[in-house]
Design a protein around this ligand. Structure first.
Ligand code: FE2
Length: 260
C-alpha cells in the first residue's frame, strides 16, 4: 500500500496541488473560500431550484447539474449526456445569479497554483462537458472510487493520467457528514463493472491502509484524490449537506480538465 507523506491536510500551494495529484498527501483544505452569507444564499437557491434530480443509487442523493455516473453505465449514453449539458449549465447559472459564480471563483483561485490551463473538456463530435455538479448528500454516500481511465474509457476524460476532486461546502450537518478517504488507489476487480466504481471494501478495516477523515466547514473547499476509495457518513436527518464541485484530471498536455 502507498504511504502519504503526512497524515493531515495541507494548505493550498503549488506543491500541495502537485502532491495531491501524485497521491502523496491526503487532502488540501481551503478555509474561507466563501462567506457564510454567500453560502446561505447558494444553499437556499439549491433547495428552491426546480432542477434537482436524484441519483439511481439506493441512498437518496439529489444533485443539480449533470453527472457522468448516470450516463456511463451500461455502455454509455454519450449523445444524451452532451445533449443535456447546456440545460444543466443553465440551471446552475440560476444558482450563481442568486449567490455567486462558484466555478469562476474557484478557477481564478486555483489558476496560480497549477502549471497549466484549467479547461472544461470537449468531447469531439458531441460538445462540452458540464464543469461542476451540486449535491445534497444528507444521507451519506457509499464507499466508491472515481478514476476516469477505468470508469469512462472511450470518453475524452478517460485519457487523463491523474484525477483529483474539489468541493465547496455550503451547508454542513452538525453531526455526521464526514468524508473518509482510504489510501488504496482503486484498480477494478476483473469480474466487476468499472462504471460502478466499487472498490474492495476491505480497505475500511485493513490496518495497513491509511485513512483520512474530515468534517467539512461551511465556506470551505476540500480537495482529495478520488481514485482512493471514499465515503460520506450520513448526517442527522433534519440537517442538509450541500456541496458543489467537480473532478480535475491531468491530461497528457498537462491541462487540468474540469468535469462532473
Ligand atoms: Fe466520489
Amino acid at each position: 500500500m502507498p504511504t502519504w507523506k503526512r497524515e493531515d491536510a495541507a494548505e493550498l500551494s503549488s506543491e500541495s496541488v502537485e502532491a495531491l495529484i501524485r497521491n502523496e498527501i491526503p487532502a488540501v483544505r481551503i478555509s474561507g473560500f466563501a462567506s457564510a452569507e454567500e453560502c446561505a444564499a447558494f444553499t437556499n437557491a439549491v433547495y428552491n431550484s426546480p432542477d434537482l434530480k436524484s441519483y439511481s443509487v439506493e441512498t437518496p442523493t439529489h444533485y443539480l447539474g449533470l453527472v457522468m455516473y448516470e450516463y456511463r453505465q451500461g455502455g454509455g449514453r454519450k449523445a444524451e449526456f452532451f445533449d443535456a449539458a447546456p440545460a444543466a449549465v443553465a440551471a446552475q447559472q440560476k444558482l450563481y445569479d442568486q449567490s455567486f459564480d462558484v466555478p469562476s471563483r474557484f478557477r481564478e483561485m486555483l489558476g496560480p497554483y497549477y502549471d497549466g490551463p484549467i479547461v472544461v473538456p470537449i468531447e469531439p463530435g458531441y460538445g462540452s462537458y458540464c464543469p461542476v455538479v451540486v449535491r445534497i448528500a444528507s444521507n451519506g454516500v457509499h464507499l466508491h472510487a472515481d478514476f476516469a481511465p477505468y470508469n469512462s474509457p472511450g470518453w475524452e476524460i478517460g485519457a487523463i493520467e491523474a484525477q483529483i476532486t474539489w468541493n465547496l461546502y455550503t451547508q454542513c450537518p452538525s453531526v455526521g457528514g464526514q468524508t473518509t478517504v482510504y489510501n488504496a488507489p482503486w484498480t477494478p476487480a476483473e469480474d466487476d463493472d468499472p462504471a460502478r466504481g466499487l472498490p474492495d471494501s476491505t480497505v475500511e478495516s485493513d490496518p495497513t491502509v491509511q485513512s483520512f477523515t474530515f468534517a467539512p466547514n461551511v465556506g470551505e473547499i476540500v480537495l482529495f484524490n478520488p481514485r482512493n476509495p471514499h465515503k460520506i457518513a450520513a448526517g442527522s436527518a433534519s440537517e442538509g449537506r450541500v456541496s458543489i464541485g467537480s473532478f480535475l484530471g491531468v491530461n497528457a498536455n498537462n491541462d487540468l480538465l474540469m468535469w462532473s
